[in-house]
Design a protein around this ligand. Structure first.
Ligand code: G3D
Ligand code: MG
Length: 179
């Protein structure tokens, strides 16, 4: 019998790095360039099946997304609260979004110190030479001892693998009693 879990996750990062697009690609297998930006929060469900320590886990992600770019700081802690894991996302074509990764990690860890993280360098399809971006994101990932992936919400490259990796982290943290 598979064990059933339901866990909240969220995505943090600068505006327009592709957080909403990554969710849409993962959950609906669609990428819409004309995504309508509205205000509020949307929660999308997605079931993933993972094997860990010889057990099967049916993990339902409750993926929280903030719709719209400008969010008041005090909404942030509500948005992050109770999350069992998070993606910290940057845009590999905009260095300033990579420079801000550590700040976003700090924001999330301030609310959920023991939840697993995965760093994502998104829009890899726009970057023919990923070397510099890869090195910068890897340096942050190594510093915080977390995994990272270069993704494209447009082509789907490494998107499913990233959610599987976060799911594995969430199940591990759950087994260890951390989330
Ligand atoms: P956000 O939720 O982090 O604010 P969005 O970001 O998902 O709204 O994406 C911001 C813009 O980047 C969107 O374009 C979207 O189509 C584009 N985008 C997101 N991910 C990728 C990607 O992997 N590759 C490419 N090429 N574009 C991406 P618009 O033009 O609608 O603002
Ligand atoms: Mg968005």
């Amino acid at each position: 019998m598979a064990k059933k879990l339901m866990k909240k996750i969220c995505l943090l990062g600068d505006g327009a790095v592709g957080k909403t697009s990554l969710i849409k690609k993962f959950v609906f297998d669609s990428f819409d360039d004309k995504y309508i930006k509205t205000f509020g929060t949307k929660v999308t469900k997605k079931l993933v099946t993972l094997n860990q320590q010889g057990e099967e886990y049916n993990l339902t992600f409750l993926i929280w997304d903030i719709l719209g770019q400008r969010v008041h700081n005090n909404l942030h802690s509500t948005y992050y609260k109770g999350a069992a894991g998070a993606f910290i996302v940057c845009d590999v074509t905009r260095k300033e979004t990579m420079d801000n990764l550590e700040d976003w990690i700090g924001v999330f860890r301030g609310v959920n110190p023991s939840a697993p993280l995965v760093l994502l360098g998104n829009k890899s399809d726009l970057l023919p030479d990923r070397g510099a971006a890869d090195a910068q994101i890897k340096a942050v990932a190594d510093k915080f001892n977390v995994p990272y992936h270069l993704t494209s919400a447009k082509t789907g490259d490494d998107v499913e693998e990233s959610f599987d990796e976060l799911g594995t982290g969430v199940v591990e943290a759950f087994i260890a009693g951390r989330v």
